[in-house]
Design a protein around this ligand. Structure first.
Ligand SMILES: *Cc1c(COP(=O)(O)O)cnc(C)c1O
Length: 233
């Protein structure tokens, strides 16, 4: 017996409460179901329960599942992306959350131009400055985005993404999310052509409520929907 439907109801209720607590609208927050290691039957089940956006962190896994489910749902690539894997997803992906270096921009541009698509991207930022985290340092984000805006016509930057550190300390987590929000406000004010800051992708199973209170518009939730992941399947 699967609890997917109950889990979704529970999370949606929490999202509603967090938006109310921070005087935001429930519809401002997208619940992105993180489906890595989850099989297509379970993905179909969340789609049947109203999920319209799913996230994968491995390009080939995304491609394999896309072949079955297609455009029934919007596919997000949320994990760090190697340039040689861009080809697997360029014609399938709705948004890439992990734009973090110029060689990746070059590859996306080249492939997107060939098939005449514009790719929605979020810039991944390493707010917490953890060694293990991917993403640009906060200080480098503005110049990176200005450069992308000038040089890569088939890349459309629509916001920022970050991951909070693995810690129980709510204050630290909150300050990371606030840091991303502040940065997005700063960038928005520059009115950079072809760039918007409408999306802030932050918050996962264990911290999405804090993220919403700090301004998240996309929460990426896996475990709380599908249960613990089994990587050996
Ligand atoms: C796996 C993953 C998530 C979801 O994590 P849960 O703790 O299972 O909710 C979110 N974002 C990224 C980038 C991930 O790789």
């Amino acid at each position: 017996m699967s609890n997917i439907k109950e889990n979704l109801n529970y999370i949606r209720n929490n999202i509603k409460k967090s938006t109310e607590k921070s005087s935001r609208k429930e519809n401002d927050v997208m619940l992105l179901a993180v489906t890595k290691t989850v099989d297509v039957d379970a993905i179909q089940e969340v789609i049947d329960n109203g999920i319209t956006n799913v996230g994968e962190n491995k390009p080939q896994e995304l491609a394999r599942k896309y072949d079955v489910l297609g455009d029934k749902v919007n596919w997000h690539l949320i994990g760090s992306l190697q340039t040689n894997k861009v080809k697997y997803i360029i014609d399938k992906v709705y948004m890439i959350h992990s734009l973090d270096r110029e060689v990746l921009c070059e590859e996306i541009q080249k492939r997107a131009e060939k098939i005449n698509r514009t790719i929605n991207c979020l810039v991944q930022v390493n707010i917490s400055k953890e060694e293990s985290k991917h993403g640009l340092d906060k200080e480098d984000v503005l110049s990176f985005i200005e450069n992308v805006s000038k040089k890569y016509k088939n890349i459309r930057i629509r916001g920022l993404m970050t991951m909070a550190p693995f810690t129980e300390d709510e204050k630290t987590v909150r300050s990371v999310f606030k840091g991303l929000k502040d940065l997005s406000i700063n960038i928005e004010q520059k009115n950079i052509p072809n760039v918007s800051m409408e999306y802030l992708s932050m918050g996962m199973s264990n911290d999405y409520e804090i993220a919403i209170e700090e301004g998240s518009t996309i929460v990426r939730v896996g475990t709380s929907i599908f249960g613990e992941r089994n990587y050996n399947k």
